[in-house]
Design a binder for this molecule. Structure first.
Ligand SMILES: [Zn+2]
Length: 265
């Protein structure tokens, strides 16, 4: 039976002589692998929907336990008219995160909405790329179940200090005030870290960076990037903290991230 499903093409792989295997992100069923017969032919009517970064309605049917694409119509082909190399590199990295945090057959509506919104923001240059990257990274960590408690210092329950200086305790998903961070650093030696395989990673924050983290932890996907950090130093702290937070919780690196970082200004 044929069905129509809205999806975002995350990746394409060649298959057979002239076919394409597409990885699609859908709201209700997460990731789906769909084969587009003849999808690599330039004459194919399916070619418009078979491109990465394309969101649209796909017509599919199931046969022999596999999904096949019969056609479809794109609603939005992101970056179809080009994007600068930094924007493309970021979109590729976000796609790889998206693929990592989404399961097959699992609901993924929030991830789909945040990813579409990120592509739109990159394409239209709505926010600085580093801000889109950091907000998406933190969203990806929280939506994957690594939501930190950003309210008070986890060791002494002190609320925010006047200068706002504090630390994100990455592996415990918590905030530490600067005094408690100092005390913690004094008790953790590298040897201990090795023996118990418990990493102590404290990322410095200031008041603006902490507020941005709090915003991203709560924001709806369509408002995820709608904040501003005016101070360059705060932006750097925020961006370093989100990258460390996501990579350490997912326990992996990303080639696309290495590329993005290698070319950024
Ligand atoms: Zn404290």
């Amino acid at each position: 039976m044929r069905t129509a499903i809205d999806g975002l093409v995350l990746r394409e792989l060649p298959s057979g002589e002239n076919d394409k295997l597409l990885l699609i992100l859908t709201a209700k069923e997460g990731k789906l692998w769909v084969t587009a017969k003849g999808g690599r032919s330039i004459k194919s009517k399916k070619s418009a929907i078979c491109r990465p970064f394309t969101y649209g309605e796909l017509e599919i049917y199931e046969k022999h336990g596999k999904l096949w694409l019969t056609g479809g119509s794109p609603n939005n082909s992101f970056f179809a008219y080009g994007v600068d190399v930094n924007g493309y590199a970021l979109a590729s990295y976000l796609t790889e995160i998206c693929e990592e945090i989404t399961g097959e057959g699992e609901e993924a509506e929030l991830v789909l909405r945040a990813t579409l919104n990120a592509f739109y923001a990159i394409e239209k240059k709505l926010f600085p790329l580093e801000q889109i990257k950091a907000a998406y990274e933190f969203f990806a960590a929280t939506v994957s179940g690594f939501s930190p408690d950003l309210s008070l210092c986890s060791d002494c329950s002190a609320s925010e200090k006047e200068n706002g200086e504090c630390f994100l305790d990455v592996m415990n998903g918590a905030i530490l005030c600067s005094e408690c961070a100092k005390a913690r650093k004094a008790t953790v030696s590298d040897t201990l870290t090795d023996i118990y395989e418990t990493k102590s990673i404290l990322m410095p924050l200031d008041s603006s960076a902490l507020h941005a983290l709090r915003y991203c932890a709560e924001a709806a996907p369509n408002r995820l990037f709608n904040f501003s950090i005016t101070d360059e130093k705060s932006m750097k702290l925020f961006c370093k903290a989100t990258e460390a937070y996501l990579l350490n919780h997912l326990e992996r690196g990303f080639k696309t991230l290495n590329f993005y970082n290698s070319i950024k200004d």
